[in-house]
Design a protein around this ligand. Structure first.
Ligand SMILES: Cc1cc2nc3c(=O)[nH]c(=O)nc-3n(C[C@H](O)[C@H](O)[C@H](O)COP(=O)(O)OP(=O)(O)OC[C@H]3O[C@@H](n4cnc5c(N)ncnc54)[C@H](O)[C@@H]3O)c2cc1C
Length: 499
């Protein structure tokens, strides 16, 4: 039996499959494709909408396509970091910026050593990246659609002799409208609902939206199914309950969603002390430049340029793409201050400075089912963000900005990076306007059940039949944007399940 959509789910429904996959982002889509092409009957259950409901409007995007309505926040005594996570069939790929990096070799080598297995090594992973890059039509962003905001970074990096350029992205038909983070309006982005999910469906997978899983069914030490609530996509009123039974259950609800689900299901103690521990975020801050010419930073390919400074390993600056409302929010401007800033908005350019973080946090669930997230910065991380911001100020100035500033309390405008650095020097993390979109490593893969949740084969150490395949399984932070790694790791886990 299948459900056509939520309206078929009145009362209690029970479905059966060989494998149930919870979540349909890059991880869920990749493992669903792998397992269904391998001949298994796969049922994918996704909390968000079955089909994209994009509108170029942030509030609408938050309501339909962001987990917890865009209000996931990591809190600690030091700081407050909003975390973006996507929702819907396609998960984060629906609203992400489409940047596609392969996992750096040094990260894969570290994983291989820690896991003691060869399949996450640079050579086998390289073959999987080749395959995924072809399926997702990943290519360098053409200059013709890049827009001035990206070009300033490329020009600046070149002028300073720093490595950098236009980013590789999964946007084969991009027109450069700059709306990726609200959902691509033209189908120009090859999000996973346009490739891996259709491939899974073509091989027989069933994909149901509007189902939020809340319970895991245990029989002795094995997980044999899940139970969830089917909700009306508009009102979110419960219309029914769904039980899905399968000898194998894969959690792909993301690095926030997977530990949140395990905690909500009351299974965190059972699956071991590492559930929800070790959250990495790739946190960072932005640098904004003010130019004499028009840039309109909200147009052009979203986040399509990068550079690096070899003296700052693990610091990865790339384009900041922000619409006017977001810029006003970043700088905390309202009333007459907002009015004064308005004429300057088209002249702004920007870059975000993201770091491979040593700081870490935790994810669990509140009684209402929302996530409870903490995060503590490592002191050196803050200094690395600052150093990256200073170098980014140099790049924006070299690329065409007249002055630079940052969403940091009391920063002001600076004509050179020396005075920018001097102003930044005594700022603490409490002064920063922080943001993160790369939660990861909260249900790690490893060999020790005390410090990891799943083994190198993807199966939980303490529950047979339960697998995890999403960004939560990374054994460390990545240092690069994670969607391609998530797909590759999930593909490897899927192939191990197939044997
Ligand atoms: C605004 C933004 C920009 C980004 N830009 C980039 C970028 O340019 N490049 C890049 O590499 N990465 C980017 N990322 C990060 C990238 O999208 C994520 O790392 C990636 O999506 C993680 O994949 P995942 O499968 O682990 O989880 P997700 O993509 O988060 O998918 C998890 C899915 O599970 C569903 N779910 C959660 N809980 C439940 C439940 N209980 N029951 C049923 N379903 C559930 C969610 O609705 C979601 O659809 C960005 C992210 C955001 C939000």
């Amino acid at each position: 039996m299948t459900l056509r959509d939520w309206s078929d789910a009145k009362g209690e429904t029970t479905l059966e499959a060989d494998v149930v996959v919870v979540g349909s982002g890059p991880g869920g889509a990749a493992i669903a494709r792998t397992l269904s092409e391998g001949g298994l009957r796969v049922l994918v259950l996704e909390e968000g909408p079955a089909r994209p409901r994009f509108r170029p409007n942030l509030a609408h995007t938050q309501r339909f396509h962001m987990q917890e309505n865009g209000a996931v926040v990591a809190q600690s005594l030091q700081s407050f970091v909003p975390i973006a996570a996507g929702r819907g069939v396609g998960g984060g790929s629906l609203i992400n910026s489409a940047i596609c990096w392969r996992t750096p070799d040094y990260v894969l080598e570290k994983w291989t050593k820690a896991l003691g297995v060869p399949h996450f090594g640079p050579t086998p992973m390289s073959a999987i990246f080749d395959e995924l890059e072809e399926l997702l039509q990943i290519a360098e962003t053409p200059e013709a659609i890049a827009g001035e905001n990206n070009k300033i970074i490329v020009r600046g990096a070149k002028a300073l002799g720093l490595p950098g350029g236009f980013l590789r992205r999964n946007t084969p038909h991009c027109s450069g409208c700059g709306l990726c983070n609200l959902g691509c309006p033209t189908g120009g982005k090859a999000s996973v609902d346009r490739n891996l999910i259709p491939l899974a469906r073509a091989a027989g997978a069933i994909v149901q939206g509007d189902v939020r899983i809340e319970e895991l069914i245990f029989e002795h030490d094995a997980v044999v199914g899940v139970v969830g609530v089917v909700r009306h996509p508009e009102t979110r009123v419960e219309v029914g309950r769904l039980t899905a039974r399968a000898p194998k259950v894969v959690l792909s609800a993301g690095a926030i969603g997977t530990p949140r689900l395990i905690a909500q299901a009351g299974a965190a103690g059972r699956l071991g002390p590492a559930v929800g521990q070790g959250l990495h975020l790739h946190p960072g801050n932005a640098v904004v430049g003010l130019c004499d010419h028009d840039v309109t930073m909200w147009r052009g390919a979203t986040q399509a340029a990068w550079f690096e400074d070899p003296d700052l390993p693990g610091v990865l600056p790339h384009t900041l793409q922000a619409e006017p409302g977001v810029v006003l929010m970043m700088f905390g401007k309202v009333g007459v201050e907002a009015k004064a800033l308005m004429p300057l908005l088209p002249k702004m350019c920007g870059a975000v400075v993201m770091i491979s973080d040593k700081g870490s946090g935790t994810v669990s669930a509140r009684s209402d089912g929302r996530s409870a997230v903490t995060y503590d910065f490592a002191p050196n991380d803050v200094e690395r963000i600052k150093a990256g911001m200073v170098r980014t100020a140099d790049v924006l100035l070299a690329g065409g900005a007249r002055e630079v500033t940052a969403p940091v309390r009391g920063m002001g405008l600076h004509r050179d990076s020396k005075s920018f650095a001097a102003n930044l020097a005594d700022k603490t993390i409490r002064d920063f306007g922080l943001y993160a979109a790369h939660p990861m490593a909260t249900c790690r893969m490893g060999t020790d059940p005390e410090t990891s949740v799943i083994g190198p084969d993807g199966q939980a150490h303490r529950a047979s039949g339960l697998y995890i395949a999403d960004a939560s399984v990374f054994p460390t932070a990545l240092g690069v944007n994670p969607q391609l790694t998530t797909m590759a790791v999930a593909t490897v886990i899927g192939r191990q399940i197939l044997g």
